[in-house]
Structures are given as C-alpha cells and as structure tokens.
Ligand binder design. Sequence first.
Ligand code: PHE
Length: 452
Amino acid sequence: MSNAKGVSASGHEHWGSRLAFVLAAAGSAVGLGNVWKFPYITGENGGGAFVLVYLGCIALIGLPILIAEILLGRRGERSPIGALGNLARREGRSPAWGLVGGLGMLGSFIILSFYSIIAGWALSYIFASGMGTFTGADADAVGAVFSELLASPARLVGWHTAFMVMTTLVVARGVRHGLERAVKLLMPGLVILLIVLIGYAATTNGFGAGIDFLFTPDFSRLSTSAVLVALGHAFFTLSLGMGIMIAYGSYLSPQTSIAGTAVTVVILDTVIALLAGTAIFPIVFANDLTPGAGPGLIFQTLPLAFGAMPGGVVFGTLFFVLLTFAAWTSTISLLEPTVEWLQERGRNRVTAALTAGLGVWALGLVSALSFNEWSEITLFGKGLFDLLDFLTANIMLPVTGLGVALFAGWAMSIASTREELDVSPAIHRLWLVAIRFVAPVAVVVVFLYNLI
Ligand code: PHE
C-alpha cells in the first residue's frame, strides 16, 4: 500500500497518478521511431494497407508483451533483474530468469549510449535552425551542415554531453519529482507542437500529396517483408524488450488497471506516429523533395524544405524542439532501469543516477568517435555505431522480448497473472494465448528474418 508520499511499505516509490504513468510510458514509446521511422516505412510499404498490418501487429504482439512487462514490473516491484528474479523465486522457478531482466537492462544502457548521440543532433539543430542556417540553403549546403557535425568529435561529444546531463538531472530527482514532472510538461508540449506543425503543413500545397502517401492503401506494395517490418517496428516503438516497461511498471500503484493503461499507451503512441507523418510529408512534398530513409529525412530533407519556405525558421525550430522533447522522454526511460537496479544495490538515487549517467556517457564516446576518428574500425563489416545498433535492436531486444513472453506466459502461474491483471476471464484467456503462442512465434520469426 502506498502512503501519502507515494512510497510503498517496501520503500518503493509510486507514480502520483495513472496519468503520470501513462505519460511516462507514452513518453518512452514516442521517440525518433514515431517521428521519422513510422511515417517513412508506412509510405514505402503501401500506406493505409501497411497501417492496417501494423495495427494488427500492435494488437496481437505489442500489446500483450507490453501488458506482460508492466505486470511483471508491478508484481515483482523491483528493477528488471530484481523483479524477474523475485517472481521466479515466488513461483518456484529458477532465479536464472533474472538474467532476462538483466539482458533487457543492459540493452537499455547500450541503446541510450547511442540514442543520446542522435538526440544531441536534434538539440544542435534547434540552434542551427533558430539562427537561420538553413534559410535559402541549397541541398549541398544543408548536407554540409550535417556532415560537418558528424565529422567533429568535439561537437558530437559536446551535444551528447548536454543531452546526458539533461537526462541524468531529471532521473536523479526521482520518480515523482523528476520523471513525473518532466513528462507532464514535455508530453503536452509535444502534442501542442505537433498540432501547430500540422496546421502549418495544411497551409502548404503538399498537404494532399502527403496525406495520400501516408494513408491511401496500396495492397500491391504490401510484401512479406513489410509484415516483418511492421512487427519489428511494433516492438521498437513500444520500447519493449529493454526492461523499461518493467521498471516503469514497478512504480505503478496496485489499484491501476494494467490492461486499460497499456491500451491507452498504445493508442497514444500510434496516434502520435500518424500525426507526425501528417506534419512531415506535406512539408517534404511541398518542396518537390523525395522522402529519404533514416536520419537523412530529418536532418537533411526537412531542413532543406524548411529553409525554402516562408516561416521556415520558426516552424523548423519548433520541429527540432519537438524532436528533442520526444527523444528526451525516451532517454529518461532508458536510464531508469539501471538507476533502479543500482538503488537496489544500496546506492541513493542521486549517486545511482550519476553513476549510470556517467557510464552511459563514456560508452557514448565510442559511438561519437565512430562517425569520425574511428570510422575505419569495423567488426563483422559494421562500424561501431551500427554494430551497437544491430546488437541491441536485432539481438538483445528480441531475445529479451521472447524471454519476457515465455516467463509471463509459462513460468508464472495462471492464477498469479489472473490476479495481477484483474480482467474478465475471457480477456485473460485471450492475453494468455497471445503471450504463450502468438508472441513467441512472431518474435522468433522476426529475429531469424533480421539475422539472415
Ligand atoms: N520507442 C522509441 C521510439 O519509437 C524508441 C526507443 C527505443 C525509446 C529505446 C526508448 C528506448 O522511438
């Protein structure tokens, strides 16, 4: 039971309200993946047809695993390692299950080290855009801004440092005073900025083309690989397989409905992804540009478009503020599992946050240097940045996700999950089928597909 300060009898902090949890979890889910990846893969893979498949993947696999992670976190009331270890003991299973949580936690630590580099780009572009660097610039000039940033270790490390300081400061202040306050400001801010940008996009002559690109279903472009892309993205966009939702779930009060909350998070994540596409593509098409994949869309194509448009300085700057907000609520969530774990090992909150933040910062130097000084260093044919990305997104994440599904579906007793979920027997049974059979099979298929 929690007392007035939101700390349970076991000394574990709790979110102040259901809304706080929803905003924090949605803040984690909404990130770079929503702003550039989802709109782009949707456009490439058949628009509305792809959206339908994606929604199916979210409902059949993403949602059940999200529910499982929150459930394990709340019932285990510990960091990802601690929660799974704890539950395994209570259920009479091997404590080695804690390793699944450990792998997820390690994943979040490594992902943060390079996610913060990209978040730093977004931060630096607020200033570049605000100072009018892109106004009237041609493609070469805009490209040069990006390549000069990547070529400079000092600047990359500087922005990375700034972002890690922003992240660590919030996390050091604790769940209620840090995380909760930050997401309550940043998430509404993000939605307002998105609406302003859509308003702006609607005034351009590319609005119709943008909406078409995003929503008109074209089933002929829907291939098998598109289905797998949708599945992989469903996982990534909900921040699953990193222990994040276990950590966030551990702060959830026992009265809150896990299933209802998870559905809200999923809806917010999806709606924001669709809104991001509605803001971005009209701006790209209004300038007769082609939406390129990956970072190029955000850091080259869009600045070029903003630079050519009336009001581009204001709206371009607002766009990068939005991107920074989206990334910030994600980096906060990426630091939390490690900090929670360090706290369990006896550190106070501030020391834990500083230790974890410093560790992530140091590992981030590897990614920063891999764009310049160390660009020649490759392992398995990949640069260091790409290698870390591949290792986490394609290997650690699915393995953790599979572990979570197997643990929640098979190692936990049915009575425990039924009690914790507190939904109707029919819904519990549906979840059980999804988590026992559908999710594990789907994760293994995507895993193998991405590996070969
Ligand atoms: N879910 C985030 C997105 O869609 C990505 C993310 C990955 C966030 C890892 C946190 C941790 O961009």
